[in-house]
Design a binder for this molecule. Structure first.
Ligand SMILES: [Zn+2]
Length: 238
């Protein structure tokens, strides 16, 4: 009897600590196209439980490591994140996943086609770091350039060590700071070396609005100057 009581207690303690850590964000996963090759890959190799675990881990990483948001007030209030695994067919060629209606992620199961089965979980997780960042990042009430928000989403993937360094954008590459994805993410890494926690601070400033002067505010240099310095640093002047 004592043993049973103890067991129940530990279960309650475990649930409480889980809720505290996750602030009771609920993660829901739906496989809308289970009979396609990609849909089957999801069910059989990745699985619902693993997907939910990834949502929890990426959420936690984004709050605590990338955005350094240690209190509820700093975080974007989100009750539920919905992940829909679906076959995009020809709807959005080349799109791996997207966030729509704020907290809903559409994930294209065709992304899994041609991926070796032992790499599927890694590919899934890498994309989820990017998409979950979109769910939790501030975007200046829609004023921030898309290239910047895409760059911040990719920056999370780099920080989590989920990019394939052999093929991913190298530091110093690109033509514009707001080109997006790897180019902007690498530039943001450089900004981090000038101002510690630059991305976390920039994201915080982007809560109510966006202005390009945020770069100046945080580093003392305009974004154009930073980009020039960045290109010079890596020996690739424009
Ligand atoms: Zn994106």
């Amino acid at each position: 009897m004592a043993h049973l009581t103890c067991f129940s207690c530990s279960l309650i303690i475990f649930s409480l600590s889980f809720l505290t850590l996750s602030n009771a964000v609920y993660y829901q996963v739906t496989n809308e196209d289970p009979d396609t090759p990609g849909g089957r890959n999801f069910t059989e190799i990745i699985g619902f439980e693993y997907a939910k675990e990834v949502m929890y881990v990426t959420n936690d990483f984004i709050w605590n490591t990338v955005f350094e948001q240690y209190s509820l007030e700093d975080r974007k209030p989100v009750d539920t994140v919905d992940l829909f695994m679906k076959d995009f067919k020809d709807m959005h060629p080349g799109v791996a996943a997207e966030v729509w209606e704020k907290n809903k992620i559409n994930f294209n199961v065709n992304t899994f086609n041609g991926v070796p089965s032992d790499m599927l979980k890694r590919v899934f997780t890498s994309i989820m770091y990017h998409e979950m960042t979109h769910v939790f990042q501030w975007n200046g009430e829609g004023l921030a350039p898309g290239g910047l928000t895409e760059g911040i989403a990719d920056y999370t993937v780099i920080r989590a060590n989920y990019v394939d360094v052999a093929t991913y954008t190298k530091p110093g590459e690109g033509d514009r700071w707001d080109e997006g994805y790897g180019v902007t993410a690498r530039f943001l890494e450089y900004c981090d070396t000038l101002t510690p926690s630059f991305v976390a601070k920039l994201n915080k400033l982007m809560r109510p609005t966006y202005d390009v002067s945020f770069f100046q505010e945080l580093t003392g240099k305009s974004v154009e100057q930073l980009w020039d310095d960045y290109k010079t640093y890596y020996g690739q002047t424009r």
